[in-house]
Design a protein around this ligand. Structure first.
Ligand code: ZN
Length: 240
């Protein structure tokens, strides 16, 4: 049993297709989405329908929630707001309802999934250091929890305050708790432009981060053609 765990797709169709093709090639048997299917890039409807058709567990991200709502977009930066207003018009009411119906936290088999944090999942805080991770660990009742939101892949281990950078296979040890950021499919922010997702191999008890080149030029062209801010296209090249 191998789980492909992916999220922060942000309407990047080329990156999503590349990730799912790779997951299939890696013989993943199950899929799990940790949210933010839409926002920022130019193919929200296409990405939503692909994820939905997988029929896999999905949790709601902050961009999913904002795209589904019709309230004033406050407290977001200019780029995110512009893209979300545009995204709202690209989705049907039924698709927006589906986004909003996804839960904030879910347990899948023996692990937990959440978009942002476990301590206050609806507040959309960011886990960027071991202290933030400790707050989530207080509410983590499974050995593993996978999350996203920062777009920076990372592993926090409870009891050791050690940060492991998952560019290689990480063996999971019994008795330890892990809070694992699976990276971003469609808008990485760790300085590496390639699409990211993580495979959890249940039988061998390890996780591995995968990075994949995709057709970036097409994604960038679509962003510009849609009339979205060019900075959204530019940032994809540098992984920020
Ligand atoms: Zn995101």
């Amino acid at each position: 049993m191998k789980f492909a765990i992916f999220g922060d797709i942000h309407a990047n169709l080329e990156a999503l297709q590349t990730v799912l093709a790779d997951a299939e090639a890696q013989e993943c048997t199950h899929y799990v989405c940790i949210g933010d299917i839409v926002g920022y890039n130019a193919n929200p409807g296409e990405c939503l329908r692909i994820v939905r058709d997988l029929g896999c567990p999905v949790v709601r991200g902050n961009h999913d929630e904002e795209a589904a709502g019709d309230t004033q977009l406050e407290g977001l930066n200019h780029l995110a707001r512009h893209a979300l207003e545009w995204t709202r018009h690209q989705l049907t009411q039924e698709e927006r309802d589906w986004l909003l119906a996804n839960k904030l936290v879910r347990q899948v088999r023996d692990f937990t999934i959440v978009h942002a944090t476990l301590d206050t999942p609806g507040n959309w805080g960011y886990v960027t250091n071991k202290f933030d991770a400790m707050a989530s660990f207080s509410y983590q009742f499974t050995q593993l929890c996978f999350y996203g939101h920062t777009h920076v892949p990372r592993i926090y281990v409870k009891g050791e305050s050690v940060e492991l950078h998952p560019d290689t296979e990480v063996h999971l040890q019994l008795g330890k708790k892990y809070f694992i950021n699976v990276g971003s499919v469609g808008q990485p922010r760790d300085g590496d432009w390639r699409a990211a997702y993580t495979i959890y191999d249940v039988e061998h008890q390890h996780v591995r981060l995968h990075r994949l080149e995709y057709d970036l030029a097409t994604t960038q062209r679509k962003i510009v053609e849609a009339g979205l801010p060019e900075r959204l296209a530019d940032r994809l090249s540098v992984g920020q």
